[in-house]
Design a binder for this molecule. Sequence first.
Ligand SMILES: [Zn+2]
Length: 350
Amino acid sequence: MTWLFGDGIRRSALNSRIVRLKNTVSPALLVELKRFCTLWPQKLGALDLAEVESLLGIPRVVLIPVFLRAVKAGIFNLEFRISCQGCKGEGPAPRLSDVHPEMVCPACGTHNHPELDGSVRAVFCLHPSLGKVKTQKRKNLDSSSSVVSSGLPAIEVINTQEFREFFEAEQPLPGEFVRVKKMCFLFTDIAGSTATYERLGDDAAFRLVREHFSLLFSTIKQHEGVVIKTIGDSVLASFLSSANGLACARDLQLRFAQFNQRSDIQGSCRVRVGVHAGPCVGVTLNQRLDFFGSTVNIAARVQAVAGPGQLCVTKKTAIPLLSLLSGASLKRSSVELKGISRPVPVILAE
Ligand SMILES: [Zn+2]
């Protein structure tokens, strides 16, 4: 017999699913997850992680991967909602593929252009097999649904390694795109890699490139970024905040300077780094969520402007964050970038 307590939740099933997370989530966080489910059962119907963050005092960047793993363990469903810019009502978009570049609100007729960091929200809802939680109703676009929470901006959940790993099927449909108001992109490339292969030989050069990737990936992760793709020796990473993107770039510069001092490497791995932030669109390419638009192009182009070991960031992105480059020698310049009509002011750091 399964006990259904007064709050309508199947406690024993819930607890056994929480236990399933023990190999991938720290014991301290599992205790917190259990504590939350016990103390605030009425919130489990549609969880806003911003609220969980304030109730538990755990930053959402720590919570999001835990909750994505909890979705995988059958504790929650991850759903998306779109709020109408006209009537402020909310409608469901159960999967990301239900979000289209333009959506007409059925309630007020407003043409909405949903943005992953704006009106598209991510909500975690208790898995129906664990019970039904009565939730406080809010204004709805579709009377058949019961939308209760605004949740987090969807991009905060999407721009994580866990989402990319577990929820490929949730990505936008091929040929469709979804807008993002602001995203920070970091591009890297190894300067003179052809010469490196020539000098070190294929085996040693390949080992070096692999070590370089692992240093890059761990630094990007530390700064809350996500690796979108690698193209040859080049990496594209995305960050929700320019501060994280720029801090990561500076950190990479310092770490590679140290890496290059190793006697077996002798300066062979000089990396160019480019950073730029702005609006973009998310699309599905090769079954993976990817980002496109002139912001991404500029990030790639400023990377090519950087010298070996240098960081090149657009002035617009760097100016409010110059303190992150303290200790670096800075040079201001204005560069012509292929395909961009006007010269782009940049800051070069080394
Ligand atoms: Zn509306």
